[in-house]
Design a protein around this ligand. Sequence first.
Ligand SMILES: Nc1ncnc2c1ncn2[C@@H]1O[C@H](COP(=O)(O)OP(=O)(O)OP(=O)(O)O)[C@@H](O)[C@H]1O
Ligand SMILES: [Mg+2]
Length: 255
Amino acid sequence: MIAVANQKGGVGKTTTSVNIAAALSMHGQRVLVVDLDPQGNASTALATEHRGDVPDVYQVLVDDLPMADIVKQVPEMPNLYCAPATIDLAGAEIELVSLVAREARLRRALAAYEAMELDYIIIDCPPSLGLLTVNALVAADEVMIPIQCEYYALEGLGQLLRNVDLIKAHLNPTLRLSTIVLTMYDGRTRLASQVADEVRAHFGDTVLNTVIPRSVRLSEAPSYGQSVMTYDPGSSGAMAYMDAAREIAHRATVA
Ligand SMILES: Nc1ncnc2c1ncn2[C@@H]1O[C@H](COP(=O)(O)OP(=O)(O)OP(=O)(O)O)[C@@H](O)[C@H]1O
Ligand SMILES: [Mg+2]
């Protein structure tokens, strides 16, 4: 169970969640993507209805609806499932505050969810460190942090890491920062390679060898309700996420 988190917006959390999940599922792994962002971007990219009154993650977290009641199979992707988020989830940050075990609502819901034998659960977090992200970090075994290869990339990272440590100390002792993935890499700029070097110097083997390049195909795919894996499997972005997924799967088997 992997929480994909970074409170900085637009760094590639959703693109990474969706495409790693799709790549793993195409290799026969059974994968659930939990959309924990009220923007519902992961739901959109996975062609999973998330408007109107479809049951969603909000109802699981706040109203105790079973996870099984909201999970949908992703069209054309037999091993891939999505727990959608609607805009209702925006209210959860506040409504959760007054509920019992407010940090562990997602963990509880996922623990009770044994409808399918899943190999991976990937949680796409919103760009904040609020209770939704806390719920993801309490539920997860691992944190994956996408870092955009740009100037402000490392700003705010310290705060995220402190939060991970706090949650580890108080709420989820087995949580670990397993993976950093460098995204939107533009090989033509010195800055991108400098940021990549700096991140590798800091985090060593936690950083995937595979770097995700800037690729227009990656940004186009969601508007077709597809991952890039089916939208344009030969594109640089698809191949990079396929390699990244392979690294993650390999790490899981040797760990
Ligand atoms: N490697 C890439 N190449 C080109 N565009 C990309 C790449 N990765 C992501 N994008 C685009 O950049 C934007 C932000 O990416 P994404 O939505 O994955 O980030 P996010 O961290 O989930 O954002 P938010 O914080 O809003 O949830 C999107 O329009 C996406 O299509
Ligand atoms: Mg997102």
